[in-house]
Design a protein around this ligand. Structure first.
Ligand code: HEC
Ligand code: HEC
Length: 271
């Protein structure tokens, strides 16, 4: 059974939720939010590290796509978590905020592709995080958010770990959709964010900085490692395009190959 294969394939990864329970939809929208959270921190670290402008642009695109996942993640009216009932009572306000954040980040991504953003284009103003949280998230929510801690260090090892956590959060969402408990609307978008983030990880590892959980083998066999990471990115975008054109089921068979988490970790990551 395909789901069984998934469990084996993804058993590596920390935050994946497999059990089908009423909280499934809440877990799903938290995965989307977690992606945004880690994504913002990774973006800030990329700026501090002086990453190439093409990477800054990809960060912003990834954040724009993730913001675009918010609406479908909250649309099913499942009260709970830290969401206020106002999310659904004032749905048009809620969804406008999500749309605005996504559209502005996409614009900034295009601007960033041709050069550093100037003061008036500070992405902070595009991030409607706290405005939406103030209106729609209970104030009792634990703000154990990574973004509120912000990226304080320009640490290359931290950076690639942040990128891996973005991939991890999106993979949880993909797993939930494949297990059939969550509607497939965001499926192609999740795969695209994984692809973009894997391409960023490729750049991050390429720049060196041995350490963390990465085995020395990463740099001893750098060409092979980077090829694996780039294949990962390319296969994920192919699966995303198939999902967009032909739906989830057509793409599901590709996803097993598109997400070689465990194959790579077995060889290149300290256990
Ligand atoms: C359109 C509204 C909206 C926007 C925009 C938004 N959030 Fe959220 N966010 C929410 C709501 C509602 C919740 C509570 C979800 C729940 O508990 O069910 C939440 C929860 C979270 C959580 C907690 C997740 C968890 O595991 O419990 C984090 C972290 C987070 N958001 C980060 C961000 C960041 C970072 C941004 C900006 C880049 C952002 N959010 C933008 C509405 C929004
Ligand atoms: C091409 C190799 C490669 C692929 C493919 C890959 N990873 Fe990783 N991953 C690594 C390496 C290497 C590390 C250790 C990074 C470090 O600590 O410096 C890592 C670390 C992680 C971490 C730990 C991050 C942290 O907080 O320290 C998570 C979670 C993770 N990967 C999830 C995934 C998931 C989910 C997938 C598949 C969808 C995936 N990875 C695919 C190489 C890979």
């Amino acid at each position: 059974m395909r789901i069984g294969k998934w469990v084996v394939l993804l058993a590596c990864c920390s935050s994946i939720v497999w059990s089908v329970e009423p909280g499934e939809q809440i877990e799903y929208r938290k995965s989307v939010m977690k992606t945004l959270d880690e994504g913002v921190v990774a973006y800030q670290t990329a700026l501090k590290l002086g990453a190439p402008q093409s990477e800054i642009s990809r960060h912003l695109k990834s954040l724009a796509l993730t913001s675009g996942q918010i609406k479908k993640a909250f649309e099913p009216r499942v009260e709970g978590g830290y969401a206020k009932p106002d999310v659904w009572k004032k749905w048009s306000d809620f969804s406008k905020r999500a749309d605005a954040q996504s559209a502005r980040l996409m614009q900034l991504s295009e601007l960033a592709a041709s050069g550093p953003l100037s003061g008036g284009n500070d992405p902070k103003t595009a991030l409607g995080c706290s405005g939406c949280h103030d209106a729609f998230r209970q104030s009792s929510a634990k703000t154990a958010s990574s973004a509120t801690k912000a990226a304080q260090t320009a640490d290359s090892i931290e950076y690639r770990q942040q990128l891996m956590r973005v991939i991890d959060a999106q993979t949880s969402a993909i797993g939930q959709i494949l297990s059939g408990t969550i509607p497939e609307d965001n499926f192609a978008s999740h795969l695209e964010v994984v692809s973009l983030t894997a391409s960023l990880a490729s750049g991050a590892f390429d720049r060196g900085a041995p350490g963390g959980e990465a085995l020395p083998k990463v740099w001893q066999e750098k060409a092979r490692f980077l090829r694996t990471m780039q294949d990962f990115s390319e296969n994920a975008i192919k699966a995303s395009r198939t999902a967009r054109q032909d739906g989830k089921d057509a793409a599901a068979v590709m996803v097993i190959d598109a997400l070689p988490c465990r194959q790579c970790h077995d060889v290149y990551r300290r256990k």
